[in-house]
Design a protein around this ligand. Structure first.
Ligand code: G2I
Length: 359
């Protein structure tokens, strides 16, 4: 039952208004007043998301989870959902054949339960982060089929009832809409997608099963191909429940067609989620770029929440202290709502307002 964050709000705990914060922007961050333990949860991202009945998630790395108490303080105060940034990928779970290492994944699931957070599972059938025994094993199609089925049974089965949604299939399309070459696609053909979804459903019938991808936020060839694929799977009765729009954006470039595009998938009866949101800025970030980033966080989250079957928004990290961006996009960074010192940036305010216009 949605509640009214307004009626509970304590002004003193609220992030600084945009105007008042202006003077601090040049420093790259706005000092966020500390929430006291009895702070009203409605004034946090998770409070706003709870009020809307949606998830606000963060991708979580095992290192900060275990070694950085400033990180977990923000994670647990602000987010009602977590995604393992790497710990549930195949190379992490089964580094050598038949030998599973559940330690990091279990840690995150236990942490989430202790802090009343849901878990998004990421990811089962992907072309990347495969262990070398699998990548270089020269398996036949029949063997690969069995290997994938067993992996899905084992992994989804282990977390049955503890993971509310799985990115069953990740990054399966090229930008031109053709099927992306991968171990699975090349050896098993497109049918691996339906099979993976069916196996995941058998292992946990309550989990929402997703296809997740990037560069599908805007209308275009890749999104059109995914739309056709989703429609075909649904017509075949395949248990596909949702589409994950990763949303790795560049500042100022949230696609204008994003909301209409999410809506057409939602109109198929599918859930839509923003699953890996970050908004990178060429470094050093200027005050104008940080303001634009705030507007972009607002727009991106509104684009999802404005659509009927939006299940929520996950940010790919929470602090600029830990982010994949600088290592992958040379000269870019500052992509997340908190700076490296855990001060909330204007992006935090944008995201808050996207989750709750009254924020
Ligand atoms: O690439 C950004 C994301 C795109 N969508 C799927 C996501 O799963 C993906 O996440 C990133 C992680 O944020 C990175 O942390 O996936 C990368 C790998 O494809 C992750 O990077 C890897 C490093 O490349 C490895 O060197 C490292 O051993 O993380 C590994 C574990 O720390």
């Amino acid at each position: 039952m949605p509640h009214s964050p307004r009626s509970h709000r304590r002004r003193i705990l609220h992030p600084l208004p945009l105007l008042a914060a202006g003077a601090l922007i040049a420093a790259g961050a706005v000092a966020l007043p500390q929430l006291t333990p009895d702070a009203d949860a409605a004034t946090t991202l998770r409070g706003y998301a709870d009020g809307r009945g949606v998830r606000i998630g963060a991708a979580v790395g095992d290192t900060p989870l275990t070694a950085d108490s400033s990180y977990t303080a923000v994670l647990d105060r602000e987010f009602n959902s977590v995604t393992a940034e790497n710990a549930m990928k195949w190379d992490a779970l089964e580094p050598s054949r038949g030998t599973y290492d559940w330690a990091a994944a279990d840690r995150l699931v236990a942490h989430a339960r202790a802090h009343h957070q849901g878990v998004r599972g990421h990811t089962l059938a992907w072309y990347a982060q495969l262990p070398s025994w699998l990548k270089n094993g020269n398996f036949t199609a029949a063997q690969l089929n069995t290997i994938l089925k067993n992996h899905i049974n084992t992994t989804v089965g282990r977390y049955k009832g503890k993971v509310y949604a799985w990115d069953v299939v990740n990054e399966t399309l090229n930008d031109d809409g053709s099927m992306r070459s991968s171990l699975w696609q090349d050896k098993l053909g497109t049918g691996y997608i339906a099979n993976a979804l069916k196996w995941a459903h058998a292992a946990d019938p309550a989990a929402k099963l997703y296809i997740n991808d990037y560069n599908i936020e805007a209308a275009g060839a890749k999104s059109d191909a995914l739309y056709a694929l989703a429609k075909r799977l649904l017509a075949q009765g395949v248990p596909l429940n949702g589409i994950g729009f990763q949303s790795h954006f560049v500042v100022g470039q949230v696609p204008p067609t994003m909301k209409a595009n999410l809506k057409r998938f939602s109109d198929l009866g599918l859930e839509v989620s923003v699953t890996e949101l970050d908004i990178r800025i060429p470094l050093p970030a200027s005050s104008a770029e940080l303001a634009q980033q705030s507007a972009d966080y607002k727009t991106a989250s509104e684009n999802c929440l404005g659509v009927a079957h939006c299940a929520g928004v996950t940010v790919w990290g929470l602090t600029d202290k830990y982010s994949w961006i600088p290592g992958t996009f040379n000269g870019y960074g500052a992509a997340l709502p908190y700076n490296a010192n855990y001060a909330a940036k204007r992006a935090y305010t944008g995201l808050s307002i996207g989750l709750n216009p009254a924020a």
